[in-house]
Design a protein around this ligand. Structure first.
Ligand SMILES: [Fe+2]
Length: 237
């Protein structure tokens, strides 16, 4: 026993985005120029620090109740499951969400485009999946926003997600989109996933069983970590 193990990953089926995607200009500088090096994982990397329920309060999953007033915009519920490639639920996984407000502006110093900030909306939330791998957020549907990738570059409405396993080395990042967005065909990030079927798996679906009458539309979205139905993940895998 050496105490070392190299992480193993499912082979890329050719549907993940290329790290260097010419239509997404920032990837020219971000993409590694040399092949990645697999780092051995020791006990520290795979056991700690643990991310657990005690760090997440129940209210952290409701982004509409983090301030004295209610945020402006279209209230929505998002729920689903975290699954592995064999369809088994992944319990006790930290799911973090960050997003723009209803006007398409992030509450972040890096976002200075002239859309209004909402004093009642920060745009960040988190929760931990239950024993069946389920998660649930209440939030505001984000607006589209411009970015400077090219002339008239606008991002489709989207939510950003990070999922942690049982240690900091087990982190996956992705984005989720909304059905029928007219900007899909014009977004280099969405289009960096070349397989049309894989693009569809990045889009949530309206679900009237999740919808609460007179209060909020409901959507469903499952995160699939490995295998043929895997959600498209950003960055090295
Ligand atoms: Fe974004």
């Amino acid at each position: 026993m050496t105490g070392l193990s190299l992480p193993r990953y499912a082979p890329d089926t050719g549907t993940h985005p290329d790290l260097d995607w010419p239509d997404y200009r920032s990837t020219r500088l971000r993409a590694p120029s040399r092949p990645p090096v697999l780092l051995p994982q020791r006990l520290t990397e795979v056991t700690g620090p643990l991310l657990g329920e005690d760090r997440v309060a129940p209210g952290d999953s409701d982004l509409t109740r983090q301030h004295p007033g209610e945020p402006l915009g279209e209230r929505m519920i998002l729920t689903g499951r975290v699954l592995d490639g064999d369809g088994r639920p992944v319990p006790h996984t930290l799911v973090e969400l960050w997003q723009a407000n209803a006007a398409g502006r992030y509450a972040h110093a890096g976002d200075q485009h002239p859309a209004p900030l909402d004093p009642n909306f920060t745009g960040a939330g988190r929760c931990v999946t239950d024993g069946e791998g389920r998660y649930r957020f209440v939030t505001i549907k984000p607006g589209a926003y411009p970015w400077r990738n090219h002339l008239n570059a606008w991002r489709p409405r989207h939510l950003h997600f990070s999922l942690f396993g049982r240690a900091f080395t087990q982190r996956l990042v992705t984005q989720m989109y909304f059905p029928g967005d007219p900007l899909f065909d014009h977004d280099p990030i969405f289009r960096s996933v070349r397989d049309p079927a894989a693009r569809q798996r990045m889009i949530c679906r309206l679900d009237l069983d999740v919808t609460e009458p007179e209060w909020a539309l409901g959507y469903r979205f499952d995160f699939v970590l490995r295998g043929r139905d895997a959600t498209r993940w950003e960055g090295p895998r």
